[in-house]
Design a binder for this molecule. Sequence first.
Ligand code: C2E
Ligand code: MG
Ligand code: MG
Length: 760
Amino acid sequence: MRYAFAGLFIVMIFALLACMSVARRSYRKIKGAVLMLLGMLIPPMLGNLIIILSTVKIPATIGCYVYFIGMDAFIMALLHFTFEYCMIKWPSNIPRYLVYTLITLDVVQYALNPIFGQAFDTEAIQVDGRNYHRLLPYAGQTYHRLVVYGIFITILLIFLIKMIRSARVYMERYFVILITMVMTGVWQSYYIFSRTPVEKSMAGYGIFGLLIFYFTLYYRPLTLLDRLLANMASDMPDAIYFYDVFGRCIWANDPAIRLAGIKDERYDSATELLQKKFGDPGNYKDPEWSCTKILGHGADAQYYYHFKRTVTDDRGKATGDFLTIRDITAEQRILQQERYNATHDRLTDLFTKEFLFESIRRKLNENPEKDYLIIYIDIQNFKLVNDIFGTSFGDETLKQIAELLRKQVPDSGLFGRIGGDTFGVCIPKEDFHEKELDKELINFTVSHGNKEHQVVLHAGIYEVVEKDLDISFMFDRALLAMVTIEEEYQTHIAYYDEKIRKEVLWAQHISAQLKDALRKRNVVPYLQPIVNTDGKIVGAEALARWIHPQDGFLPPSTFIPVFEKNGMIVEIDRYMWRCACEILADWKKNGRDLFISVNISPKDFYFMDVAEEIKALVKEYDIDPVKFRIEITETVMMTDIDSRMKVLDELRQAGFVVEMDDFGSGFSSLSLLKDMPVDVLKIDMKFLKATADDDKAKTILQNILNLSDDLGMFSLTEGVETKTQLEMLSKMGCKLFQGFYFAKPLPLNEFDSFLASWGA
Ligand code: C2E
Ligand code: MG
Ligand code: MG
């Protein structure tokens, strides 16, 4: 029996060595502590093996040393392992050093035992018919036992506390090791204190080592995983259904039970219930399937995202399916709201420009056989509406126009807000009724609070003949049509036609050539003489002519309005002023005492510092400012009166003469005239023309002349064509005259010869 146990110990030592070599390959963090523990199990077993096999005293005593000191090392390794396994640390250094000291003392006293014999001795007894050296413990041995038991019990306590404090699923982890330790401990204690020869409990050490090896490195707590997964599935907000391979629902979590309305855990009813709720699932047999189902309509619609997947085992065989259903209504609402915000105007709730253009493009592409109209609608003088009635009234105006469009545009059409006060419509030609729209545009009155205002709306229409044209270009064309009605009162609708098309082409044509024409001096100043009451030529007006290499002689009416519109007039005016200065400088040299008036476009004031430029120019040519007259029109004063007045004041202070051109042609306000910083009133030729057959016109003209006199201004009448007119004007008190009666605008050389002949 004695040798049978020796054999068992040898097997166990080899088993532990095998476990260690396997454990070395583990990636677990605890590997180090486990290896040390397994390794430290071997010396006590080895010591015991020696004791069992020895029949002579000396080797048996050596076996005892190996056993006891090995025991010290083992208990330290077990303590280290316990700390790692239970994930705790030394509370402080005091107990730590205390334990180290106690163990060290134990080793020391064993080392002193051969001298003092205070720890143990052995006595020979007969076991299995041969000598066996049994231990005779003394005081030192008692110390050893106290230390080792003390530490061992502490370890048991640590495991116990850890186990009690853990969640149920983790208890197992501590329980198994604790039980093994207790059993091994009890078994060994029995041998120690009963002093039964042959310490069989060492077999328990081997088993303990093997269990530690398995539990720490190889055991996977399946119940723990199962619990975790099940808890996770139950706690998920999504509805989850599990199906077996036959398609039967075998389990569903709480949200799933509620969603399908499963009763009494009858999971197999889920398929039928879901079908009833969401309808036919479609390609449900696919290994992976998803779709969004919508319940209800409009604002009450509920969105559910379904996802199903087949689960397979290691060999790729289907083991069942799971289906999740998620309520995505909230996300969908947010998404829809974002989409709506991005495509709709905040104030009017109409389509934004981008979305309108996009939608029109789609509509045109989808209905290539249909004829469509593109309509551009604009509020006239919207800025004025805002200024006079306030922005809230302005906002209300825009909202009411949106309402009008909603009412008027049929479902076959599209409409939106394309700018601050502009709206766009696309409508099939067959659904458009011009008369109805005209009626709406004429009678459009906005009332808000106690304010009421008739808002003038204009519409430009482009019939979509080039379907591939960019939508923005289509609206550009509609806009071009619309601006043709700007000045008229009776018309509210205009169509883009051949005439407008030609105008646009012409504008593009000459705009592209202007810079070159100025450089080559193809634009030339013509001079039209201005005569005083004595019949003396006192000056001339410089008027632009374009001698075009291909298109021939171009009067200003063919290009000035184009450049007024696109702002390029600034280039021409700068150029003309310079020409006028060149001529004046030349005249100064030749002693000719005449002035030249130049025209200043309202646009000039937007794009340059008029006073600065003109002052610099006369300085450069060393000209007396009195000789350089400046013609402005009433429209200059329509915007930003104060700053315009300042510019004119500045020019007059610098010695320039300022003339009010075409007086009476626009909506001149007589009251404004008295504050106007002008020296000369150039009366529009329409007044003179009208006097031919109208006495009333004569009275008006007379009054204008009187007025200019009263305001201390010089008067000049344009368009004098006959001697009768001249005589009448002279009698009425007009001071200066300009017109074909004297001369048409002439090129410089002809003007020179005209002057010479006039003098004669
Ligand atoms: P405006 O400044 O009022 O120029 C007078 C216009 O009346 C000139 O037309 C002139 O030829 C015309 N006119 C003069 N006497 C008579 C007459 O007895 N009978 C008739 N029927 N017409 C007469 P034009 O040269 O065609 O210029 C037209 C307008 O073009 C000018 O009106 C002026 O506003 C503008 N313009 C001409 N050159 C320039 C320029 O260099 N810069 C700017 N900004 N505008 C210019
Ligand atoms: Mg003029
Ligand atoms: Mg004029």
